[in-house]
Design a protein around this ligand. Structure first.
Ligand SMILES: NC(=O)c1ccc[n+]([C@@H]2O[C@H](COP(=O)([O-])OP(=O)(O)OC[C@H]3O[C@@H](n4cnc5c(N)ncnc54)[C@H](OP(=O)(O)O)[C@@H]3O)[C@@H](O)[C@H]2O)c1
Length: 324
């Protein structure tokens, strides 16, 4: 038996139940791992509340973690007991042990800790594809990153700055503003107090942004569209404040022949080749000192409900982990 946090019915943080579950041996092409750190993500909240539908109930929450290989199933040749590994995969992450397809694992380089690995596979890979694939951020681009002091936010601001972009971030508090400025933002806007569209116009002297990365959703829409230069790209990649409401396609025309996309990580690391390309680039950025991994909160796995309360109430900054 292993310890896990399961959801038997969707709802508030109180539905996260710490209990014992059976984990079988690894089957064909699978690996059993002992998890040393589990990443906390806003997507965990969406599944818990039912905004995103889990395949069934009960389910074990969580989509990213790092740990060591305990056993490998038939046909697995590239992983061995004792290997240090990390993954982004389907639900099942909030557990002390789990069985997972080997082709979803990556080996952790010596210089990457389990804690770093546990927050890089979902958050870090997302930042990788957003800045390198969805829109290729280059020297001189002006980018707007909402929730700049969050898990995704702090990584995205650092990496965008390292790529040569001029980075404008929005945050919910003065303390978060200081953090965002220390992690790559050139300008920070307190979007609960200031009109962020007007501030972006001022900061950019009317030239606006090449791309807006918006994981906040409902409350930053349609303002995000007004922050884009003609033919700029609106990247709506999350719903921390609720989903973006349906809108007429003509809005993109009205705001200057804009492009818009609603991307998800699965579609950018769907093949083994893509997964390894992303992980290699990401780990190299951390090892080379381009990217610092801000793990600002740690909770015992059994306290997952408290972690969710903190995340949803905007009390966290950077990344947070659960310790099985
Ligand atoms: N599409 C993908 O591939 C993908 C992958 C990973 C994550 N995501 C998305 O990326 C976003 C960030 O994820 P994360 O795990 O790193 O979370 P996070 O940014 O650490 O936390 C969410 C932040 O959103 C801001 N926020 C604004 N309005 C909010 C509200 N009404 N309730 C709660 N928070 C609010 C808060 O920052 P302030 O206080 O500064 O406003 C909060 O700290 C989420 O939308 C997530 O779904 C998307």
């Amino acid at each position: 038996m292993t310890k896990a946090v399961r959801v038997h019915k969707v709802g508030g943080p109180e539905v996260l139940t710490y209990e014992e579950v059976e984990v079988g041996p690894p089957g064909n092409g699978e690996v059993r791992i002992r998890q040393h750190a589990v990443g906390l993500n806003f997507i965990d909240v969406y599944f818990r509340t039912g905004l995103y539908k889990a395949p069934g109930l009960p389910f074990i929450a969580g989509n990213e973690a790092a740990g060591e290989v305990l056993a490998v199933g038939p046909g697995v040749t590239n992983f061995h007991p004792g290997d240090r590994v990390a993954y982004y995969y389907n639900l099942g992450g909030y557990a002390s042990e789990r069985v997972i397809p080997a082709d979803k694992l990556v080996k952790l380089p010596d210089h990457i800790t389990y804690e770093q690995g546990a927050v890089l596979m979902l958050k870090g890979l997302t930042v990788w594809y957003l800045l390198h694939k969805t829109f290729k951020v280059e020297q001189g681009h002006r980018v707007l990153i909402h929730a700049a002091a969050g898990g995704i936010g702090l990584l995205a601001c650092q990496w965008a700055r390292a790529l040569g972009a001029h980075v404008i971030g929005t945050v919910g508090s003065k303390a978060k503003a200081d953090l965002a400025l220390a992690n790559g933002c050139d300008h920070v806007i307190l979007y609960n107090e200031e009109n962020f569209v007007e501030r972006v116009k001022q900061i950019s002297r009317g030239e606006l942004c090449d791309v807006v990365y918006d994981g906040v959703g409902k409350t930053t829409f349609p303002g995000s569209l007004s922050c884009l230069r003609p033919r700029g790209l609106f990247v709506s990649f999350g719903n921390a404040s609720g989903p973006v409401p349906p809108f007429p396609l003509a809005e993109l025309n009205n705001h200057g022949s804009l492009f818009a996309t609603r991307p998800k990580l699965n579609d950018y690391v769907g093949t083994r080749k893509e997964l390894l390309e992303g992980a290699d680039t990401l780990f190299a950025a951390v090892i080379n000192g381009k990217l610092h991994v801000p793990i600002n909160h740690a909770y015992a796995l059994k306290d997952a409900a408290k972690a969710h309360v903190d995340l949803e109430s905007r009390a966290t900054t950077g990344a947070a982990i659960l310790r099985p």
